[in-house]
Every structure is written in C-alpha cells, then in structure tokens.
Design a protein around this ligand. Structure first.
Ligand code: TYD
Ligand code: MG
Length: 464
C-alpha cells in the first residue's frame, strides 16, 4: 500500500506545503503550519462511494433529461433583499452576508427573520457575538416578533448542528427542524474537533463545510454573517466565498445613513442587482426610489450643480454633482474630489484648460457627489465638466436638465451604455431635457424627454 501523503497548511492563509515550515511563504506569519486533516473517504457497506451529501452514488445524466422545475423561492418580506437574492430565498441555500462592523448586517438579518417567521417559517437565530438580552434590545427597536422565532447565544457549532438536525421547540411545542438558520458570525463559532482558534482559516473552512452539508441534507436555508477585513474582503479564506451559493455585501458610508446591498456571487440569480436601505431609529427601511433619495435637498437655480444618472448594476440612480471653483491663493491650484476618482477630476480639469481655454491653473476646484454615493463610472464626466464650468462662469444650469457622457482627452463626448434606461429614469423624475452624447442619439427611439446630442465639450457653452 502506498504511504499516505502528509500535508501541512497555514492556519492563517491556507497555504499548503508537503513539508512543515517555521514561516509561511504565503502570509509571512510564524509558527502557523499544522497537519492537514486527513480526508476520509466514506464507503457504503456494498463498497460503493457515497455522494458528498450522503446519498447514493451519483450517475451522469443527459442534459436534456434534467427537469428544471422553477426553484422553490421564499420571499423574505423585504423587497430590496428579495431583489438582490434574485427573487427570494432558495430552499437549502447558503448565503454569506459580508460588510464592515456596524453597517447593519445583524439588523438586516434580524428584520428578515421577523418577516419570515411572520409568514410561517421556523427561524433559528444563532449569535456568537451578542447575548440574548442584547439581541432582544435590538429586536425591540425593530418591532414585535412571533414565537416561532428562536434565539440562541452559542459559539460551539456542534451544539448548533444538533439543533439543526434534531430540531428545536418552536411555536406550538413541537420539536421541528428550523426552515431558516442565521449564524452571526462565522468568525466567532468553532468546531470542537479542530485544534485552532475561532476565526482561523481551518475553523472557518471546516465550520462552513459542515453547515453546508447539513443545509443541503435537511433543506435548511442558512445565512452566515462574515466580517470584512480592511481590504474589504470577507476575513478568512477566499474559499469561503467559493463554498457558499450566494455572497452579499452590505456597504455604506460612515456619514450617510443609506446602505447598499450587492450580490457579488449568486448561483440563483444575477449579480447586477442592488438593494438600497436607510438606517433609521427603528431599523433598516427600504429606499424604493433611490434617485429621489439622492436628489433630495438639491438647491435650485444655483451655479455649480448638475445632475447625472449613474448605473449601479442595472439600476439607474440620479445624483447631483457639485463643483466649486474659486481663485487660488497659492502657486499650485488645489483639487479635491469626494465620491469620484481624484485622477479623473484632475484629468477633466486639464481637458477644460486645454480645449476650452479656461485658465484652470489659477483656480482651486472642489468636486463633490452629493449624498455620499461613490461613483466609478466615466459617464459622469460631462456632468462634472458642466458643473465646473457653471461654477466658474457663475451661471446656473437648467434645474430639470440631465447631463450624460464620457469625456475624452481631445474634448470629445463619447457614448455611454444603457442610455435609454438613464433617460427614462430622468423622465420618471420629471426632468424635461437631457444632454447626451451624439453617438447615443440614434439609440433612443421614442424619447420621453427632449434629448440634445453633443459631440464636443465646446457645445456645452450653449447651455451654461
Ligand atoms: P448592526 O446590525 O449591529 O451592525 P453589524 O451587525 O453589521 O455589525 O448595526 C448596528 C448599527 O446600526 C449601530 O451603530 C446602531 C445602528 N442602528 C440604528 O441606527 N437603528 C436601529 O434601529 C438599529 C437596530 C441599529
Ligand atoms: Mg453584528
């Protein structure tokens, strides 16, 4: 018999090596190498392999023979969350919810548990971070809960698994297996048999695969909370994201109260959807019209303010771009960009200087996306240029005008994607005219608003 191969792996980053090392070449940490747990092959008494979920050996099937009945989806009762999940929760799926501390992951999941239990699901909320009292205090802010929602403050996964397999006592006194389980958070739970601290790579990996197995076997939909590192990825191994069916990221600004929920991976739907929420005193509230939310409080008839329409996934969101241009007191003009790429702003300043002959070098310029949204799309260029010119000339742009277009180094205005969607959003918000790239004009058939096509930033002068 061949000698069994010994493998070592780093407990911090998951680096694998056939020999033990003092320092991990992957993450440069010392003394983190451990034996890899031996892979155990499970055989039937007949000597045949089982499949990974404990069923009988799988057979290859013809693709044409496979029935695709529509998956059984359960609405979470929160429209914006349903949209990001691709229409609701798929039974037996595993979802990872990542995000910065304090962004509202626990609040969102608790609110989801509340509506799910109200629609007749048995929900088990496991917290390894907060005591039952702390969770209840949060729950009191959100609203009334039903008795078929159970709370468990536990960090040992073996105990949680027992409840998932054997069931717990929900409303009515019956012992039943939960339909939905929330685990808050994966970094705080541990499995007894693994010799590593909670939150380490091996714990996170083994706990997730164990939860995955039970979720698929019992048809329980599981939500796992994952903390995010400074770099913005879920702490722990990247493989966590590979193992689960759906990865959602909850993000927002420290100062702004809105929160955005995005799907980074979704085995059951598109990853282009975006959910918008606002954090209020009584939990998270859905923002049904993000454009209206972003534009509220916009000053009217003021110079230096323009409106553009950015796409977040496939969702058009109108935002106000503000610019302030004032004489500089130094040899070197100051440039500031908030919510938009700084290099993009300096590039646009150079284009304005060279192509329009405006002496921007004598002026400081500040550009800000109102509302705290961050935009990485070049389609906002033309609106930035218009806002800067408007502030420079101290002349206001028409309040009900949308400006769209990418600006090139020659001062040309280039086409943008999904123009019809953006123009329709402007029409919905009661806008009267749109300045768009000439190249896009032909893509708009029956314009709901007046569309003006321009091909160079020089033509902007007629409207400012
Ligand atoms: P939380 O859900 O605990 O964040 P996470 O689980 O992602 O760490 O959110 C906590 C923050 O939300 C906290 O700063 C307080 C705030 N909050 C409200 O503003 N209103 C509320 O109703 C609740 C429950 C929390
Ligand atoms: Mg939390």
């Amino acid at each position: 018999m061949a000698k069994e191969k010994q493998l070592f792996f780093c407990k911090e980053c998951g680096y694998e090596s056939p020999k033990w090392m003092g320092q991990c070449p992957g993450c440069r940490e010392w003394n983190t190498f451990a034996d890899a747990p031996k892979a155990v092959k499970v055989r039937h008494s007949s000597g045949k392999y089982r499949d990974s979920f404990g069923g009988d050996r799988a057979k290859p099937s013809r693709i044409t023979d496979i029935e695709t009945a529509k998956e059984d989806r359960e609405s979470t009762g929160i429209g914006e969350l349903d949209r990001v999940l691709g229409g609701g929760i798929v039974r037996g799926s595993l979802t990872l919810v990542g995000g910065d501390p304090g962004i509202g992951k626990s609040t969102l999941l608790l609110q989801m548990c509340r509506t799910l239990s109200a629609s007749g699901n048995n929900v088990l909320y496991v917290s390894g971070e907060e005591s039952l009292k702390q969770i209840k205090m949060r729950a009191d802010r959100i609203g009334d809960f039903l008795t078929n929602m159970l709370l468990l403050s536990e960090t040992c996964l073996d105990i949680v698994e027992e409840y998932m397999i054997d069931g717990c006592e929900f409303a009515g006194g019956d012992i039943t297996v939960p339909d939905i389980v929330v685990i808050d958070s994966i970094q705080t739970i541990y499995k007894e048999e693994i010799d590593a601290a909670p939150g380490s790579v091996s714990q996170v990996r083994e706990c997730t695969s164990s939860i995955l197995r039970i979720a698929k076997q019992k048809g329980i939909s599981v939500f796992i909370v994952g903390h995010v590192t400074k770099e913005g990825v879920v702490a722990g191994p990247r493989m966590l994201e590979h193992m689960v069916d759906t990865v959602l990221y909850f993000e927002g600004d420290n100062v702004a109260s809105y929160r955005m929920l995005r799907a980074v991976k979704n085995r059951f739907g598109s990853t282009n959807e975006l959910g918008v929420f606002e954090m209020k005193g009584s939990g998270l509230e859905e923002v049904l019209n993000p454009s209206e939310y972003m534009l509220q409080g916009r000053p009217e008839g003021e110079a230096g303010s323009t409106v553009t329409c950015a796409l977040e996934g496939t969702r058009p969101i109108m935002v106000e771009i503000q610019a302030l241009v004032c004489q500089t007191n130094f040899n070197y003009p100051k440039r500031t960009a908030v919510g938009i790429d700084f290099n993009r702003v300096t590039l646009l300043m150079a284009v304005i200087e060279k192509r329009l002959g405006v002496r921007m070098a004598d002026y400081d310029a500040y550009v800000n996306i109102a509302g705290g949204l961050k935009i990485g799309e070049p389609s906002t260029d033309l609106a930035v240029v218009a806002a800067v010119l408007s502030s420079f000339r101290n002349r206001a742009v028409d309040d009900k005008m949308l400006i769209l277009g990418e600006v090139g180094l020659v001062g040309e205005v280039r086409g943008v994607s999904m123009i019809a969607k953006r123009v329709n959003e402007a029409a919905k918000m009661g806008y009267i005219s749109c300045i768009i790239p000439k190249a896009n004009l032909s893509q708009i058939e029956s314009a709901p608003v007046k569309c003006i096509g321009i091909s160079n930033i020089r033509e902007l002068g007629d409207y400012i």
